[in-house]
Ligand binder design. Structure first.
Ligand SMILES: *Cc1c(COP(=O)(O)O)cnc(C)c1O
Length: 217
């Protein structure tokens, strides 16, 4: 791990009252353990298989966040232990998470992923799709998931104004959903945005959770 960068990022997050999710994809269990030993307890992985192997080998008080695209047929493997899923972008997936959480007698915290970048991708909702989902009768029936906020990724660019604008957009999506669907729910409070290259911009724009990997490892 890069101790100096880890401490810098960690202190910057503390200053803003945000949580650091240490993105440990492609890192070895030894590298993760080293960071765990200096106090990091929240780690993010983007692939289910890798997450399972690391969960097996590492201390049980690590909180594992799934941050990458999740296929419905793989939910069952992580449902017993995953502490948050950042990448929910369909009702279908949410229903499967609910079903598997129920089987494990758990309630799983989820974030709705939004497409805020300029690049085209298959993943992420827009505000209309999210509203439709949250208004639906099917959603109202789900008792084993808890939507705790939103997640997004900015365009891969060095144009800081553009990145800041995309983060502002995600924050306003959060505010609109809070107002329309979650005004009574104190647990709807997370805005997961910011990675190695843009976490400082994200924190300035109101991120509550940054997902940083390459900079700190
Ligand atoms: C890999 C990844 C990150 C972290 O990226 P770094 O540039 O290594 O900080 C954050 N979020 C998601 C969804 C990722 O897949």
């Amino acid at each position: 791990m890069n101790k100096k960068n880890y401490q810098n990022v960690s202190e910057t997050c503390q200053k803003y009252g945000a949580q650091l999710v240490a993105v440990s994809k492609t890192r070895t269990t030894e590298q993760i353990l080293e960071m765990y030993q200096v106090g990091q307890k929240v780690f993010g992985e983007n692939r289910v298989q890798e997450l399972l192997e690391k969960h097996d080998k590492l201390p049980s008080d690590i909180q594992w966040h799934l941050i990458g695209h999740l296929q419905s047929n793989k939910v069952k493997y992580i449902a017993p232990f995953v502490s948050m899923i950042h990448s929910v972008d369909s009702l279908n997936l949410l229903e499967e998470i609910n079903k598997q959480a129920n089987k494990n007698a758990r309630i799983i915290d989820c974030l709705l992923q939004f497409h805020i970048a300029e690049e085209t991708t298959k993943y992420g909702l827009d505000i209309d799709e999210a509203s439709t989902l949250l208004k639906s009768d099917s959603f109202a029936k789900l008792e084993n998931i808890n939507i705790v906020g939103v997640m997004g990724m900015a365009t891969f660019t060095d144009n800081e104004k553009q990145i800041a604008q995309e983060f502002k957009n995600l924050k306003s999506i959060f505010a609109q959903l809070k107002n329309d669907f979650f005004s009574e729910k104190e647990t709807f409070k997370e805005i997961s945005m910011g990675m190695s290259s843009d976490f400082e911009i994200a924190l300035k724009e109101g991120s509550t959770m940054v997902r940083v990997g390459s900079l700190i490892f």
